[in-house]
Design a binder for this molecule. Sequence first.
Ligand SMILES: O=P(O)(O)OC[C@H]1O[C@H](OP(=O)(O)OP(=O)(O)O)[C@H](O)[C@@H]1O
Ligand SMILES: Nc1nc2[nH]cnc2c(=O)[nH]1
Ligand SMILES: [Mg+2]
Length: 175
Amino acid sequence: MVERNSEPSVQDRAGRPFPVSWDQFHRDCRALTWRLNEVGPFHAVIAITRGGLVPAAIVARELGLRVIDTVCVASYDHDKQGDLKVLKGISEQTAKLGGGTGKGLLIVDDLVDTGKTGRLVRELLPDAHFATVYAKPQGRPLVDTYITEVSQDTWIFFPWDTALSFQPPIRDGAA
Ligand SMILES: O=P(O)(O)OC[C@H]1O[C@H](OP(=O)(O)OP(=O)(O)O)[C@H](O)[C@@H]1O
Ligand SMILES: Nc1nc2[nH]cnc2c(=O)[nH]1
Ligand SMILES: [Mg+2]
């Protein structure tokens, strides 16, 4: 599919679809928590919305953390990255817990791709620990802990963005 301005979208350029089921995502989040459990303890979890909300809930549950805040960022319009906007930062109360620099705070997102989102949040909270479930090579250096690396040309399809649908048999041209 080509966009109206005939620029291929990120998803069109991303050759490899990587669909993730709820089950797989839950398991990957728990694997991430096993690693984080060795790095903490943390005072609070900060989810980068919206994708970070789902792993943040699972990680917070596993780590026994009940203080959860958000940094609300908008960048991709479905699959095209535009200018990054911070719509909401963390609360004063959470900032105090992190001593102003984010020390002892755990930032969680579903993935890091170009690293643009991660870089922005790191600038806000330089001493926080940044964890993602998936990482692409370009953004990987920004992440402290992640579980699965995928190639830069992969597009990850999350379970909350997808639904079960019929697939034509491989011999009939299925990808
Ligand atoms: O490393 P980057 O190239 O910046 O991309 C990674 C970000 O892109 C996605 O969020 P998106 O902006 O699509 O918003 P969403 O979480 O609301 O889906 C994903 O959840 C990451 O936050
Ligand atoms: N769903 C999804 N959103 C993204 N935002 C940046 N990269 C990706 C990706 O691979 N999948
Ligand atoms: Mg996001």
